[in-house]
Write a new protein. Structure first.
Lengths: 317, 317
């Protein structure tokens, strides 16, 4: 039957909801609609009512939001949803796909659901090892895999609230590790004694030295001994809170990347904006330049759609 | 003039306030009164009024609480206050005493204040290096120093919300490092995604293996890569939240002590109760038994009073 001309991409995360009408061939986004109705918020709303089943309650929201996309009379479009919609607090829980996962997406567990006459959904599951889990990043990673070497090994790093480090070899993702770097940054910055010593400001080149200073302490595994120095430097040296902010950022990213000192893979970085800049500086402090590859913004922007199209292709027999 | 027969010990921390009438020779506590009026709370109350100066506002509370001690008509008692009362949010800010600090307490900065005819206070300052600060622990450490070797070097560890590691050599504390271990445990446990996977339960020997497992990962500097495994283990293995609690505890304490692998000092541990048990297990995983010395509960209980008596002695010319 081949691939349909268009599909609808659904990216329903913990905190945000996004629908896109996508041209299958070009992956051009024809229409887009986002809300802040993350899975968590919708699940709380589900718990607060008793008229609908969990599946119906999530379906209702999907159908309702579809009305905000410019579909121009298109019918029978399939929605591909990766991320939290297949979790226990989503529409229908799917078991995690166990690693290894081949680059084509054939190993991903997904479920085709005909919800009613006009709504077909393909739910994509997360992935797991014996010790770690993810939901959403596996689809992105598979989307980016066309730009990864099919022979030999490497490491794909997707920074974020929960940074994912995916190890691949011979066209398969074989294992991964989650680092709570982004969440630790938020939690320490907002709820610890350091909160008064930190000020969130936009990146500027003048912060490079403090960032690299924190980074090196993280790489040297001096993280635990360095957190409180932020408070002490405020009291003793009047270090500006904006500088401390990037020192802490460096410290945590350094802690995340420290183990790379002892590895020999080439590292592929998949991040955008300031996150990309900070992780690139950080990787350059740990690895020789020839072992660092940076994904272009264009590939990253399309990564989820590419991955979702691969899943769609597994149904197009 | 010699030492007075009795003195009043004031221990005013961020969250609690404690007064004790102490027999100087024996350090026996003759009367005790505690409240939860920590410095922080009192400082907020000070900011919310405009009748009194900051010094007067703290003095008023001290005088008022003295009425709750059984002083039996004793007059002209001196109060020795270490901790936060000499901070910027206390009665009168004193500069930090720079290290090194000799075991006798002679290097501690303190200030004798005659507040009115019946109230004399000796404010004891905190201590600092170029990169770290403390308030209160320096007095405890000096109190414990009679049980530390006066010749040669060693390390005194005082675990807590902000664990202090004090390095000494030849009868002087020369440097220290603060580890935010206790605070990180609270902040991560209460405000991160791990909160749902953790349950605070009393220590039981059945938790020893998970504690040691977390500990080893901390010692091996695999902390950053291990936080999220707590969440993953909840999802994948149904690991009980009570076990995760001690795994996280081990992970953080392991991270605090990891650097000891590369040191050669004998370590003196000053902790009580379950904290003492956990740190003792942790130290035994890093160091040979002959390099670990544990302070008795009795010495620890008197540590602050011993330190305060040493400060008092510097005034008894």
């Amino acid at each position: 039957m081949g691939l349909p001309e268009k599909f609808i991409s659904c990216d329903w995360g913990t905190s945000n909801f996004r629908l896109r009408l996508v041209q299958t061939d070009s992956l051009a986004v024809l229409s887009e609609h986002t809300t802040n109705m993350g899975i968590k918020k919708r699940y709380l709303a589900f718990q607060a009512q008793d008229n609908s089943s969990q599946e119906q309650f999530f379906t209702d929201y999907l159908v309702q939001q579809l009305g905000n996309l410019e579909l121009k009379g298109e019918k029978n479009l399939v929605i591909i949803a990766s991320g939290m919609l297949s979790s226990s607090i989503g529409m229908r829980e799917l078991p995690y796909s166990p690693l290894p996962l081949d680059f084509q997406g054939n190993d991903l567990i997904s479920k085709y659901i005909n919800l009613d006459n006009s709504l077909d959904v393909i739910l994509v599951s997360g992935a797991k090892t014996n010790a770690d889990v993810m939901r959403g990043e596996e689809t992105q990673a598979i989307g980016m895999s066309g730009h990864l070497p099919r022979k030999g090994k490497g490491l794909l790093i997707l920074p974020g609230t929960h940074s994912k480090h995916l190890f691949f070899d011979g066209g398969k993702f074989n294992s991964f590790i989650t680092f709570m770097t982004g969440e630790l940054f938020e939690v320490i910055g907002q709820h610890s004694v350091l909160a008064a010593s930190l000020e969130a400001v936009k990146w500027d080149a003048c912060f490079k030295n403090v960032f690299l200073d924190g980074l090196q302490k993280g790489i040297d595994n001096k993280q635990m001994a360095s957190f409180f120095s932020i408070r002490a430097n405020t009291l003793l040296q009047n270090t500006p809170a904006s500088e401390n902010y990037y020192f802490l950022s460096g410290l945590l990213i350094g802690g995340e990347l420290a183990y790379l000192k002892e590895r020999d893979e080439t590292v592929y970085l998949g991040a955008t904006g300031i996150t990309n800049s900070l992780y690139q500086m950080a990787l350059e402090a740990v690895l020789p330049a020839e072992r660092i590859k940076i994904f272009s913004a264009n590939v990253l922007e399309k990564a989820l759609l590419l991955g979702q199209r691969k899943v769609l292709a597994t149904y197009a027999i």
